[in-house]
Design a protein around this ligand. Structure first.
Ligand SMILES: C[S@@+](CC[C@H](N)C(=O)[O-])C[C@H]1O[C@@H](n2cnc3c(N)ncnc32)[C@H](O)[C@@H]1O
Length: 230
């Protein structure tokens, strides 16, 4: 039974991604880049037989590319519409993916431990206390030596600069409606979602039982961590 104090992860905060139209809009805005997905899968060593889990898989581009390589590919998401989109994408590609209607906190991994777990643009859905719980949960089903990859909107700027830095991100990345994520999308993200500082995420990752093997912050508002399960 789920405790009454558990975070309600099936009611995501922030930018509205519920409903088939919102999901299709998300997919258009996000853009599908098989080359980028495959470059990441190469870096993580995903190949035939890799037990691969993409948490918050969204419209499924990464998990479908993993399946094309012969990985035992699992996609997890709290939104049924996202899973439906991923299911269609997998069918169009002629590959099998295992899809799970669950979230960071509720996903129960069955079978052998995973080799690689990824999550892109989603850990910010959880407040920091629950990010820690999610990372501990991942550590429980990722084999020792296995890799965790995290990409997200996260802040590496000096905290005293937060106002200018956030405004600059919104001004530089916001696109007109129909041409990508809008300024209003980024405003809602910062106002309502739980993106946080890279140094907080580092501490959470390490305390969950991972060694950070690499990190990159291509903007002061976006970054990645590559982590190995100890
Ligand atoms: C911005 S999208 C990112 C999707 C995909 N990873 C990508 O890179 O395109 C965020 C996704 O997180 C999902 N989500 C929100 N809260 C979640 C949670 N607690 N556990 C798992 N997925 C969640 C949403 O349904 C949505 O598909």
């Amino acid at each position: 039974m789920t405790a009454a104090w558990t975070f309600p992860e099936f009611s995501p905060v922030g930018v509205d991604l519920a409903g088939a139209e919102a999901v299709a809009r998300y997919d258009r805005n996000q853009g599908t880049d098989a080359e980028r997905d495959n470059a990441l899968l190469d870096r993580l060593g995903v190949g035939p037989g890799t037990r691969f889990v993409d948490l918050a898989c969204g419209t499924g581009s990464l998990v479908v590319e993993a399946a094309r390589r012969g990985a035992d590919a699992h996609g997890v998401d709290v939104a049924e519409e996202m899973l439906a989109y991923t299911r269609r994408r997998a069918a169009d590609a002629g590959v099998a993916v295992s899809l799970h209607h669950a979230g960071f906190l509720s996903y129960e991994h069955a079978g052998p431990t995973a080799d690689v777990v990824t999550t892109r643009s989603a850990l910010h859905q959880l407040p920091d206390f629950w990010k820690q719980a999610a990372l501990l949960k991942i550590a429980g089903y990722l084999r020792p030596g296995g890799l965790l990859y995290v990409w997200d909107l996260m802040f590496s700027f000096p905290p005293a600069e937060y106002a200018e830095q956030v405004q600059r991100m919104i001004d530089e990345l916001g696109r007109p409606e129909g041409a990508g994520f809008t300024m209003a999308d980024f405003e809602a993200h910062v106002r309502e979602e739980f993106s946080t500082y890279t140094w907080i995420i580092e501490g959470l990752i390490e305390r969950a039982g991972f060694a950070i093997e690499g990190s990159a912050f291509p903007r002061t508002t976006h970054g990645e961590f590559v982590c190995r399960r100890r």
